[in-house]
Design a protein around this ligand. Sequence first.
Ligand code: HEC
Length: 202
Amino acid sequence: MRYFLTLYILAIVAFIGIAGFRGEITRKPPIEVFPDMDRQMKLRPQEPNRFFGNQRSSQPYVEGTIARGMPYQDIPVNTGRISGSTNWVEVSPIEITESVMSRGRERYNISCAPCHGAAGDGKGITTKYGMVAVANFHDARLVEMADGEIFNTITHGKNLMGSYGANVKIEDRWAIIAYLRALQRSRLSKMDDVPEPQQAAL
Ligand code: HEC
């Protein structure tokens, strides 16, 4: 009984000390033993900032890139399909010029020829190392295939062929298709396609 009063008072003090003032609102910052990167230097969007040459914190997109998650327009150039439908566009939506054609040849030889062969006959170098069933562009089925479907195959791949959408940008895909058509044409042309003055030489 001698210690009861002392222990009783100690218990009350301890209780109030630990639980008594919890939930109090204060404007003072809490004591921070480990700040855990709570506060960091950062750029706020749309604020001026002297770090970049143009003094803006929000920088324009790097040319040729697309922001991830951006909705993209449902137009034939992007999808190879007639807008609002699932039907392929028969003919390339871009204008085929000489520079498009030579760009197409260059890109074809980089991205497609290793498998499909420089002549498009499906006998690229990879077939010598075990790549099987590479499509031959001179097959009637692929000659007749709509440009839009070929665009889709480049973008998303098909069966054994992987997708090249991430490696080959949109304009280049259409340029490749133009060149691929020229390859096909090279085996389909008739004597009448040769300009008359050159016919005699053949
Ligand atoms: C790594 C090898 C490889 C590369 C590179 C490649 N392809 Fe293919 N491609 C294939 C194979 C294999 C098939 C046959 C797919 C199947 O039917 O299983 C194919 C099929 C195709 C077809 C026919 C699809 C169909 O509907 O049957 C087209 C068109 C085509 N490729 C175009 C291209 C173009 C254009 C490129 C260049 C951008 C390219 N491919 C690059 C391996 C490749």
